[in-house]
Design a protein around this ligand. Structure first.
Ligand code: ATP
Length: 253
């Protein structure tokens, strides 16, 4: 279970960003975090993944303060796929995916198990033919699958993704979102993603956190949270919800 209890954070001494925020991430579901630019989504994301330390309050991972755990303990539970990544020129796909297994390695580490896991992931994500390619030579969509394979090599319970489809074309966006859906359905992975496309949040998440001014404005089922009135109020755009045979979609204008 992943929870925030009374979290507070601020970058500048005079401007609090997040004040006494509490939430529980629903296990085994896909949660989308939506909200305007500068609302504090990335800051919340960093607090929940132990990238920054709160000024007050706690993040609890299975009822333990995340800052009382070692980096390895956290990395076995929480994996993060960022929006963009710095790449070393000489890393192959296999090299990079193998890094995901580092939390499990020790001086007595079991290398055969590590290479077995890596091979399975390369196969699962259609990367076997690219395993010796340099990561920087791959397309954006292929690279995103490599980062996902690395994250899953950590065997996490929680997968965080920061705007995972931003740099992907429409084909790779849909392919990647379907892949996440499949991972959630097959392996019960809890997924938390920052999403800017409200229709993607509507279509691909089970739970939605609507964030603004460092606060949760609303949370719950995406179709209940993403109302035209709320979108107009916080994003300052006109919006209509249109019912289709496959569920509602939002038309923003
Ligand atoms: N490292 C930092 N130092 C100072 N201020 C920061 C820093 N990171 C973010 N901020 C400020 O904190 C506020 C929230 O930023 P944050 O990146 O969390 O928002 P966001 O909702 O993720 O935005 P976006 O949708 O644009 O990515 C903004 O006003 C931003 O300028």
């Amino acid at each position: 279970m992943l929870q925030a209890k009374d979290l507070s954070y601020q970058y500048s001494a005079s401007v609090p960003l997040i004040t006494r925020l509490s939430l529980t991430i629903p296990d085994h579901q896909i949660t989308s975090i939506v909200g305007p630019n500068g609302s504090g989504k990335s800051t919340l994301f960093k607090l929940l993944t132990r990238a920054i330390q709160p000024m007050a309050g706690k993040v609890l991972l299975n009822n333990r303060d995340i800052w009382q755990l070692t980096g390895k303990e956290v990395a076995k539970q929480i994996a993060v796929v960022h929006q963009h990544h710095d790449l070393y020129d000489d890393l192959t796909v296999t090299d990079l995916v193998r890094f995901g297994h580092l939390p499990y390695q020790s001086l007595l580490s079991d290398l055969p198990e590590e290479s077995h896991n890596t091979e399975l992931l390369l196969n699962q994500f259609g990367l076997t033919d690219l395993k010796d390619s340099y990561v920087h030579s791959l397309s954006g969509g292929q690279q995103q699958r490599v980062w996902l394979a690395l994250a899953l090599n950590q065997q996490p319970s929680y997968l965080f993704l920061d705007e995972p489809t931003t740099y992907l074309d429409l084909h790779y966006q849909i392919e990647f979102l379907k892949l996440l859906h499949q991972l959630n359905a097959d392996e019960h992975l809890t997924i938390i993603m920052i999403v800017h496309d409200l229709n993607q949040a509507l279509q691909y998440s089970d739970y939605c956190l609507f964030f603004n001014h460092g606060k949760i404005i609303a949370e719950g089922k995406p179709e209940e949270v993403l109302t035209p009135k709320r979108i107009e109020e916080h994003f300052k755009v006109n919006c209509k919800k249109i019912q289709t045979a496959d569920g509602p979609i939002l038309y923003q204008y």
